[in-house]
Design a protein. Structure first.
Length: 200
């Protein structure tokens, strides 16, 4: 799979997918996608995984990733793909995917805390920050658990455009593509196929 130079437009100008602004777990799942020149993996390597976590405010820039941590992030991504597929198909997910997800969920157990903001006191569950990388995995898994068990789960869908593997939240029931770019690509391919079929 092709690694990405994070200074190229592929990363910086990729169209956002509906739902990523509300669920960072969707952004994680969508770190593997296809563009005209091939498949792209935004987590390919330790530096890329670190950059992604920092850009999504899940890890302080000064904290380095090492050992198995980048692999665990990629494993969580693939487990989430399996869980999303199972949720939309109404089937039970593979046991391995569920185990990987639950391990991430338990990576930094949350501790109840009382916080005090301008609006007053409120209870918050704060993940253990002793291992920031584990805390990032736990936060991603919690976010996914909220999505999978909440009212938005019924809107979760995979883009129907051939070659696109991104997941998004449908804004209406008829929506099939993650972005207008994918929709336009599908319509253009259909128009081309129709012209080709109609030519003598």
């Amino acid at each position: 799979m092709r690694a990405v130079d994070h200074e190229t437009p592929v990363y910086l100008h990729r169209l956002p997918v509906p739902g990523e602004d509300r669920y960072v777990c969707l952004a994680l799942v969508n770190t593997r996608f296809t563009v005209s020149h091939g498949r792209v993996d935004l987590l390919d390597g330790t530096e890329a995984a670190h950059l992604w976590l920092v850009r999504h405010a899940l890890l302080p820039d000064r904290v380095e990733l090492g050992g198995r941590q980048p692999g665990r992030l990629r494993a969580l991504r693939e487990a989430l793909r399996s869980l999303f597929e199972a949720r939309t198909a109404g089937i039970h997910p593979p046991a391995e995917a569920l185990d990987t997800f639950n391990a991430a969920l338990a990576a930094a157990p949350a501790t109840p805390r009382l916080t005090w903001t301008a609006e007053g006191p409120r209870r918050a569950d704060v993940p253990d920050a002793g291992d920031p990388a584990a805390a990032a995995l736990s936060l991603l898994a919690e976010d996914a658990a909220d999505l999978l068990t909440g009212t938005d789960a019924g809107q979760l869908t995979e883009c129907a455009a051939q070659g696109c593997a991104r997941w998004f939240l449908r804004s209406h029931g008829a929506r099939r593509w993650c972005t207008t770019k994918c929709g336009n690509r599908v319509r253009a391919a259909r128009a081309y196929a129709a012209r080709k079929a109609g030519s003598p």
